[in-house]
Design a protein around this ligand. Structure first.
Ligand SMILES: O=P(O)(O)OC[C@@H](O)[C@@H](O)c1c[nH]c2ccccc12
Length: 249
C-alpha cells in the first residue's frame, strides 16, 4: 500500500438513488468523497460537471435535499462538500448544516484567499475543514498563505481552466504539487483532468493523492450504475496502491 489518497466525486441529486455512488465509492477504496452541491452557474466546471449539475437541479436537488439524503448514508469515509460561494454566502447556518448531515469538509473554489476570513471562521466554528485551492499561476507568497490556511488537505488545481477530462497530466501539475509539498505537512491532492489510472499514478509521483470527477460523472451521465462506477474507482485505487511498490520478480 502506498498510502496515496483517492477522492472520487459525485454530484448530489444526479439520480434519485445517487447516494448509492457514495456507498460504492466507499466500498471501492475512496479515502474521502467529494459531493457536489449543484449550482446554476458553475463557472469553474467543464461540460461534464456542468451537465451533471443542471441535471441534478432539474430533478429538484437543493442543498437541503442533498444534505437530507446524506443523513441516511452510513459510510466511514469523510465527506467533503463542494459548491460555489453564492450558495454559501447568504446562509449563516451553511457550515453547521453540513456538519449536522455528517459532512466534515468544504471546498468553495470561487472565494479568493483575501476574502476567506468569514467563511473560514464559520467553518471552524462548525467543525468543518475548509479546503483551499492553489493553481499553477498562484504566486509564491499566496501559495504559502493557501498552504497555511487550508485544512485537511490542499487542493492543487493541475491546469488553468475548467474541470474536465484530459488526455494527459499537465506539466505544471507536478511542479505545483512539489511547491506545495515544500510548504505544508497537509496532504497535497491534485485535481482537474485526472481521467485515467495512469494519470493518477503520474500525479502521485509528486502529490499525496488525486481527486477524480469528470471521468466518473461522464459514466454516471451515460447511465452507469453505482457498481459500474465503483469498479472504475477500484481501478484508480489499485493503480495508486502500486505507486512506489517494487514490482515482484
Ligand atoms: O472533473 P475533473 O477534471 O476530474 O476535476 C475534479 C473536479 O471536477 C472536482 O474536484 C470539482 C468539481 N467542481 C469543481 C469546481 C472547482 C474545483 C473543483 C471542482
Amino acid at each position: 500500500m502506498s498510502g496515496k489518497l483517492l477522492v472520487p466525486y459525485v454530484t448530489g441529486g444526479i439520480r434519485p438513488d445517487w447516494t448509492g455512488y457514495v456507498e460504492a465509492y466507499a466500498r471501492s477504496g475512496a479515502d474521502m468523497i467529494e459531493i457536489g452541491l449543484p449550482f446554476s452557474d458553475p463557472i469553474l466546471d467543464g461540460p461534464t460537471i456542468q451537465q451533471a449539475s443542471y441535471r441534478a437541479l432539474r430533478q429538484g436537488a437543493t442543498v437541503r435535499s442533498i444534505l437530507d439524503d446524506l443523513t441516511e448514508v452510513d459510510v466511514d469515509v469523510p465527506l467533503i462538500a463542494m459548491t460555489y460561494y453564492n450558495l454559501v454566502m447568504h446562509d449563516p447556518a451553511f457550515c453547521a448544516d453540513l456538519a449536522a448531515a455528517g459532512v466534515s469538509g468544504l471546498i468553495v473554489p470561487d472565494v479568493p484567499i483575501d476574502e476567506v476570513d468569514e467563511l473560514a471562521a464559520s467553518a471552524t466554528a462548525a467543525g468543518v475543514d475548509l479546503v483551499l485551492l492553489a493553481a499553477p499561476t498562484t504566486p509564491g507568497p499566496r501559495l504559502a498563505a493557501i498552504a497555511r490556511r487550508s485544512r485537511r488537505f490542499v487542493y492543487a488545481v493541475s491546469v488553468m481552466g475548467t474541470t474536465g477530462e484530459r488526455d494527459r497530466l499537465a506539466d505544471d501539475a507536478v511542479r505545483l504539487a512539489r511547491d506545495l509539498r515544500a510548504l505544508t505537512d497537509l496532504p497535497v491532492l491534485l485535481g482537474f483532468g485526472i481521467s485515467r489510472p495512469a494519470h493518477a499514478v503520474e500525479a502521485a509521483e509528486a502529490a499525496d493523492g488525486v481527486v477524480v470527477a469528470s471521468a466518473l460523472m461522464r459514466m454516471v451521465l451515460d447511465g452507469a450504475d453505482p457498481a459500474q462506477v465503483g469498479a472504475v474507482v477500484a481501478e484508480f485505487r489499485a493503480a495508486l496502491d502500486g505507486v512506489g511498490v517494487p514490482v515482484p520478480g
